[in-house]
Write a protein that binds this ligand. Sequence first.
Ligand code: GSH
Length: 329
Amino acid sequence: MGHLDKGEWKKQSIAERSKGGAFKRSSTQYRNWITADGSAGPSGEGGFEAEADRYHLYVSYACPWAHRALILRALKGLTDLIGVSVVHPDMLEEGWTLSDAYDDATGDRLYGLDYLREVYLKADPVASGHVTVPVLWDRKGETIVSNESAEIIRMFNSAFDGLTGNRDDYWPEALRDAIEPVNARIYDTVNNGVYKAGFATTQEAYDKAVHPLFDSLDWLEERLGRNRYLMGDRITEADWRLFTTLVRFDKVYHGHFKCNRRRIVDYPNLWAYTRELYQWPGVAGTVHFGHIERHYHYSHESVNPYRIVPIGPQPDFDAPHGRERLAAA
Ligand SMILES: N[C@@H](CCC(=O)N[C@@H](CS)C(=O)NCC(=O)O)C(=O)O
């Protein structure tokens, strides 16, 4: 791990990042939006018009935040319009690398660069900050549009509709106010909660993360016993944001991140819901357990110093989910 400081790469361990025992996720730097006509979005600059073959996504198959972007890209029929480069699963001292020496890692399909940080430096030679995935890259302007997954999925939800004709809407206007607090709780206690538990270097920081995590899983289990999806009978971005953590949970968060009060398979509703989302057309192809298991166990030296990748459970994500019973009349 490391970060850029005025264009220079500085190595940094996870323990150094977890100052005072608690892990803090840094805020995101690039916040521009692709829009149908190139007008500015809710933040950042304008000039990023939706066009085929103009944008490219740098992702890790291991990363739950990048995974959101891959899912929306698949669901919205954008796979032919927006290319993807997949980093190597090991994130060590040099940060994410663009080596293709691992199954399904592609290397840099645009420029043949070796390190993801070089993509950031191409956008800004004196860049400072963390070098994270996903990165939404503009080939025309040779710059980063956004490295904030929560916003990338909203761009993908609608900006390209005129080109693809796909009008599926995962952020429906009428539900936005209801989605926001659900996203906020899930982000803080579940998506990021597993990291806060896993990267804690004091008992206090761990306790502060792990109890709210399992309180939220209980809350979700109850909610999903009544509703097929988080917002009722309609699947929304809130579900996809939750899914990327649930699908990784039993394989990596339960053991590696010590989130081990229960597994997802122990929650009947959450587990059936996870299977339904996994089986959604286009989604299984975005889930790469090889990268997930390798990345977490191999990259976090302070958590797993000998880098042994454990055997892990093999939950059957293809088993019938039975969630139709909750379908709207
Ligand atoms: N806010 C970002 C967070 C992305 C993020 O933290 N990605 C992790 C991988 S799971 C990363 O690239 N970390 C590298 C680092 O922090 O140096 C988003 O949601 O897009």
